[in-house]
Design a protein around this ligand. Structure first.
Ligand SMILES: [Zn+2]
Length: 427
């Protein structure tokens, strides 16, 4: 009985590697319960608690008895209503329209939208007529202008953008878009509404576009948390190796729509947790630290705060490896800062060539595009690695758990373990 039982229990565990555990983490972090790990319904704080619990369960240690480092920043949020319809047709938030991240609260029942043509753009008189026609229209529901930037290039585009900016200072502006939306986070609010609408969702043949808009927006002073844990060195050491990944994403755009951030960066967070799980049972020559940063999407705020308020001297960090966009890998990975640290890059490449973990380890120069950046600025040797593959969903509602292949999750995990050993052994 006993033997059979242990046999039954053991078999499923055998096949349960890093990628399976990683999938579970990503699926969880992408679920609606985490609200896109942003600023509505405390999404990012829920994710912080989850990550801290995971570190704790693995047996990682915390500095000063706490996994959290808190900091504050202002951010524009969309906690409530988010609706837009045109001539009675309802548009789907996130798919057919998005508000600009700096959009203020805005309610209109019959906003009359005027479209600007190239002809009007370059004919001062026609443009003036159009604007005064709109202003004189006496539309009680208000007026606004629509621009279809993607139809234009070069000087025309520049001129249209300037005009949209000027008009946007005194009335709502609608931007017609033909490509997928790329959303972000803003730390301020504009005076007037700015919406992006898929041009395919609108009927260009209609003379008149009447918009009904319901947008609740609120500026808040948000408290965010970096989550930090470590595994002490085998024998006492002053040196540190750091793995980092941001866990925050864009959050909610209204109560019904959220951005799951599967690739960016539930995937990197999941890999960070797997690295912690590995070191918790295989301590290294140095202390290995795991930093899950908040506020990255707002402008690298969490990692910046950390570098200004380090828990141990930054100069003791042998190397920092930042993980962001870890969900694919069919076409290998790219390493930012490769040219700044050629020796470490050679090490990484040669391990991969020997072991064939990944089809390609591409080199890239410095870039301020993720949480390694402020560490590099302070003299900490660091890489930022991201995966390359067919998945191009980025900052949109389609960046989901289901879209990730996890193709090279195990390979990257093994590459990182080997890299840490070589780098810390060589010190
Ligand atoms: Zn990211």
């Amino acid at each position: 009985m006993h033997k059979i039982l242990s046999f039954l229990v053991f078999i499923p565990l055998l096949g349960f590697g890093q990628v399976e555990q990683g999938r579970l983490t990503v699926e969880k972090l992408c679920s609606p319960a985490f609200h896109g790990r942003g600023y509505v319904n405390g999404g990012d704080s829920l994710a912080a608690s989850f990550i801290a619990d995971e570190f704790g369960k693995m047996g990682c240690k915390f500095f000063r008895d706490s996994p959290f480092q808190t900091f504050r920043f202002p951010v524009n949020t969309f906690p409530g209503k988010m609706a837009c319809s045109v001539n009675g047709k309802t548009l789907v938030p996130g798919k057919e329209f998005v508000v600009d991240p700096s959009c203020p609260a805005y309610f209109a029942d019959s906003l009359k939208i005027y479209r600007i043509s190239v002809d009007e753009l370059f004919n001062g008189k026609k443009l003036k007529n159009k604007i005064s026609e709109a202003a004189m229209s006496g539309s009680k529901g208000g007026i606004g202008f629509a621009f279809h930037f993607s139809l234009w290039k070069g000087d025309t585009l520049k001129k249209a953008q300037e005009l949209a900016k000027t008009l946007g200072q005194s009335m709502p502006v609608i931007e017609l878009v033909d490509t997928k939306f790329t959303w972000s986070v803003s730390q301020e609010q504009n005076r007037f509404a700015l919406l992006q609408v898929q041009s395919s969702a609108l009927d260009a043949s209609l003379d008149e576009w009447i918009f009904r808009v319901r947008v609740e927006a609120k500026m808040i002073n948000h408290t965010a948390k970096n989550v930090i844990a470590y595994v002490p060195a085998k024998k006492k050491s002053k040196k540190y190796f750091v793995f980092s990944a941001h866990y925050d994403h864009l959050g909610r755009m209204g109560q019904e729509t959220y951005f799951p951030g599967g690739n960016d960066n539930a995937s990197g967070t999941a890999l960070l947790l797997e690295m912690a799980r590995y070191y918790a049972s295989n301590p290294a020559e140095v202390n290995v630290v795991f930093m899950a940063f908040a506020g990255e999407e707002v402008g690298l705020l969490g990692s910046h705060y950390y570098t200004e308020n380090p828990i141990f001297p930054l100069k003791e960090i042998q190397f920092l490896f930042n993980l962001d966009i870890m969900g694919s890998g069919e076409e290998g990975v790219t390493v930012v800062n490769a040219t700044l640290f050629p020796e470490q890059f050679e090490t990484l490449k040669s391990i991969n060539e020997k072991q064939q973990f990944l089809p390609k380890v591409a080199s890239r120069g410095a870039a301020a595009n993720s949480d390694h950046y402020f560490f590099t600025q302070k003299g900490v040797p660091a890489f930022f690695m991201y995966t390359m593959g067919p998945n191009k969903h980025y900052h949109d509602v389609y960046d989901t758990y289901e879209e990730l292949s996890f193709n090279k999750f195990n390979g990257i995990y093994q590459l990182l373990v080997d890299f840490e050993k070589v780098v810390c052994w060589k010190r």
